[in-house]
Ligand binder design. Structure first.
Ligand code: ZN
Length: 450
């Protein structure tokens, strides 16, 4: 402790600045909310603790750096810091050294770490710490000196609020829905010409996993210009797009007039396509061809609550998916033979559902299970499918409609239709990485993260 020299700001100065900053920040906050429903809205619909924490942190983020670091002390291989606005954080020494922001350790141009893990001493200790209105200066036991700005530190202070905010930047909290769900409508031209509407669509897709775009122009590739307005079309062995019509000698059960059960597209891909664009170019006029859509996340959570043993089986047992065939069209791969293996319900390290993979057509007949486990697996799978179906909505798309679905979450299917029908649906894909990237860039542009 004796090695630490504390330079404290005058408390009166800090308090005055604090009051002014809060007023200013509140004005920005409410102005943002009233200007657009995209900024800071829907907080009440999300988990309150998360939203409250994130909002609180957002306020601290927008403060000017003059609040500074007012005090720090050593605590269990960490630096306990207090910022000028009263917030606190604990910063592990090893993390601070690893994330030195000097030009020798970090590339400002490349926005990437230059400091090598080879040169990191996990036991590194500070020999001198200085607080200032700008932030922190630390001298290290390895002889290096680092400087960190207040905002940079606050943004990463390992507090529940800073962690919650970054978690939401990574991926927004999903909102489940059942059969009563009303898919949000977007007008194609407005979506293409207004970036705030585009952001609304991106947020809707991330939270609800479903949206409907109306008045879409007829093109070969579903939503091509919209996808390219965001990033680029994700290709697969069916090419950049698939005409879902009753094809002769069809290379997939989907490309027939048969009823299609609820499914996610392309689970035979280890990395399934993120967003599916399903555009109606021509609808079957009579009965048949209706779309069926359901929220796999809602069903998985229902299964977890009501049949935890089934959830455990479906989330811990790998299934095989396969897709083998040859091209129907010139833009398809001449021949393909995909195999992927993962559970029908995929969970992450926090036990959150991150992917649903259901496909009657491409679920493989190979099962990597002892035979005595197979019937139990089928029973669990069937109960999950019953929940998926019970909470599905059915409707009929019309020419010019384009449904957009989170393909690793929502499932879609269709009723059968006449074999000689001219019904024509087009599908194409966009990866989630690209959609989230555009969402973050727009949020940054409009200054309304969370
Ligand atoms: Zn450095």
């Amino acid at each position: 402790m004796s090695a630490i020299r504390l330079i404290r700001v005058l408390f009166y100065g800090a308090a005055t600045q604090r009051g002014a900053t809060k007023t200013q920040v509140r004005r920005v906050w409410s102005g943002c909310s009233s200007r657009s429903s995209l900024c800071g809205q829907e907080g009440a619909q999300r988990g309150l603790s998360l939203t409250a924490a994130a909002s609180q942190f957002e306020l601290s983020l927008t403060k000017p750096p003059v609040s500074g670091v007012v005090s720090s002390k050593l605590w269990n291989d960490m630096l306990e810091v207090k910022f000028g606005d009263g917030t606190e954080g604990r910063l592990p020494f090893v993390w601070l050294r690893d994330n030195c922001q000097c030009s020798q350790c970090f590339s400002v141009e490349g926005l990437g770490r230059k400091f090598l893990i080879d040169d990191l001493d996990v036991e590194v200790q500070p020999t001198k710490v200085e607080e200032s209105m700008q932030g922190l200066t630390v001298k290290w036991s390895d002889g290096h000196q680092s400087e960190y700005s207040t905002n940079w530190l606050q943004n990463r202070a390992f507090t529940p609020s800073s962690r919650a905010l970054h978690r939401e930047k990574y991926a927004l909290r999903k909102e489940q829905w059942g059969a009563e769900h009303r898919i949000k409508d977007f007008d194609y031209n407005t979506l293409m010409s207004n970036e705030r509407v585009l952001l609304d669509w991106l947020l809707t897709m991330e939270r609800k996993g479903s949206a409907m775009v109306r008045n879409v122009p007829q093109k070969d590739v579903a939503g091509q210009e919209l996808i390219e307005h965001i990033a680029f079309v994700k290709q697969c062995h069916y090419g950049p797009h698939s005409p879902v019509i009753n094809r002769p000698n069809s290379n997939n059960v989907a490309f027939t007039n048969a009823k299609l059960g609820l499914h996610n597209d392309l689970p035979a891909y280890e990395h399934m396509p993120g967003i599916i664009f399903i555009q109606c170019l021509a609808q079957h006029p009579g009965a048949g061809g209706e779309s069926i859509v359901t929220d796999g996340l809602f069903a998985a959570e229902e299964l977890r609550r009501k049949r935890p043993e089934d959830f455990k089986i479906l989330s811990s047992t790998d299934m095989y998916f396969w897709d083998k065939g040859h091209a129907n069209y010139s833009w398809e791969m001449p021949e393909f033979y995909k195999i992927a293996k993962f559970p029908v319900i995929k969970v992450n390290g926090n036990n959150e559902v991150v992917q649903i993979a259901v496909s009657n057509t491409t679920r493989d007949s190979h099962m990597d299970l002892p035979p005595q486990e197979v019937k139990k697996y089928y029973a669990a799978y069937k109960r999950f499918y019953i929940i998926l179906s019970a909470n599905a909505m059915t409707f009929k798309m019309e020419q010019g409609d384009m449904m957009t679905l989170d393909n690793v979450r929502c499932l879609h299917g269709r009723e059968s239709y006449d074999a000689d029908s001219q019904r024509h649906i087009e599908t194409s894909y966009l990866d989630w990485d690209e959609a989230r990237c555009r969402r973050r860039r727009l949020q940054e542009k409009f200054g309304c993260f969370i």
